[in-house]
Design a binder for this molecule. Structure first.
Ligand SMILES: [Zn+2]
Ligand SMILES: [Zn+2]
Ligand SMILES: [Zn+2]
Ligand SMILES: [Zn+2]
Length: 263
C-alpha cells in the first residue's frame, strides 16, 4: 500500500502507473555536458557521454574512470590532488591546501593564530556595536549601561580564557616533546635488556638441567645409603668366628630385678 502525500489516499502498489509524460518531460530537458561545451536534451546525454567521454579523466590527478559517476565520486571523496582554500582565507589564512591535508591545516599554528586574531577582533568590535544600538533604541538606553558593562566583563573573561588556552597548548606541545624524548631514552635502556633475555633464558635452562642431574645423583646416593644400612644391620646381627652370637639389647631391663650370678 502507498499513501499519497498530497491527499492521504491509499492505493495498492498494483494500481500504480508510471507517469510517462513526466519521464518524457525529463528527457526533453536542455542540458550542458559537465566535461565539455556540448549541449542538447537529457535524452541524448548518456550517448554523448558514452561516445565522447568513455573514460573521463580527473583534472587534478589524471586518474582514468570508466564512468562519469565514478569520476564524480572520486572528486568528492577520494582525489588526493584537489587543492582548496582555507575557509578563513579572507581573514588572512590564505594558503592553498590539499584537501586531504585540511584537518592537519586546521591544527596548524598559522591557522590557530588566525582564529585567535578573529576572536580578538570580534571582541574589540562588539562593545561598539552595542553602543550603536543604544543610539537607535531609546528604550534600550536604560538597560544598556548595565548590559554593556556585563558584556565587557564577559569579553575580558573570554580574552583571558583564550590566552590561557593558547598557553595550555604551548605547555601540551612542550609535554609531547618531553615525553617523546623520554620514550626514546626508555627505549634505549630497554633494547639491550631485551637482548639479554634470550641469554638469561638459556642459562636458566642450563641450571634446570643441572638441577635435574643433581636430583638423579641424590636418588642414587640415597639408594646406596639404604643398601649400606641394610648391610650394616645384617653385619650387626652376625659374627664371623663360627659361633652364633645373639645380640640382645637392653639386657638390664629385660632381666628385671633378677641378679645374675656367674659360676
Ligand atoms: Zn493524491
Ligand atoms: Zn562532453
Ligand atoms: Zn583526482
Ligand atoms: Zn587556515
Amino acid at each position: 500500500m502507498i499513501i499519497c502525500s498530497e491527499c492521504r489516499e491509499k492505493t495498492s502498489r498494483k494500481k500504480l502507473i508510471a507517469d510517462r509524460g513526466f519521464k518524457n518531460d525529463m528527457q526533453a530537458l536542455p542540458i550542458v555536458c559537465s566535461l565539455c561545451s556540448w549541449t542538447d536534451v537529457l535524452k541524448n546525454y548518456q550517448d554523448h557521454l558514452n561516445q565522447i567521454h568513455p573514460n573521463p579523466i580527473c583534472d587534478y590527478c589524471g586518474e582514468k574512470f570508466s564512468s562519469i559517476n565514478d569520476l564524480d565520486r572520486h572528486k568528492q571523496y577520494d582525489c588526493e590532488k584537489i587543492t582548496v582554500y582555507c575557509s578563513l582565507k579572507k581573514f588572512g589564512c590564505e594558503e592553498m591546501i590539499l584537501r586531504i591535508n585540511l584537518r592537519q591545516h586546521y591544527l596548524s599554528e598559522h591557522h590557530q593564530k588566525t582564529l585567535i586574531n578573529i576572536v580578538r577582533h570580534l571582541i574589540s568590535t562588539l562593545p561598539n556595536i552595542t553602543y550603536k544600538q543604544s543610539e537607535i533604541s531609546s528604550q534600550m538606553i536604560i538597560d544598556l549601561p548595565h548590559t554593556t558593562e556585563n558584556n565587557t566583563i564577559q569579553l575580558q573573561e573570554f580574552d583571558e580564557m583564550i590566552n590561557l588556552l593558547s598557553g595550555g597548548i604551548e605547555t601540551l606541545s612542550d609535554d609531547i616533546q618531553r615525553l617523546f624524548t623520554e620514550s626514546i631514552r626508555h627505549k634505549n635502556v630497554l633494547d639491550p635488556l631485551a637482548q639479554d633475555i634470550p641469554i638469561l633464558k638459556i642459562s636458566i635452562q642450563e641450571q634446570n638441567a643441572f638441577l635435574d642431574g643433581m636430583k638423579i645423583n641424590q636418588q642414587v646416593l640415597q639408594q646406596d645409603l639404604a643398601s649400606m644400612e641394610q648391610k650394616l644391620n645384617a653385619m650387626k646381627a652376625s659374627s664371623y668366628d663360627g659361633t652364633f652370637i645373639w645380640k640382645i639389647t637392653n639386657v638390664q631391663e629385660k632381666m628385671g630385678q633378677h641378679t645374675f650370678s656367674f659360676s
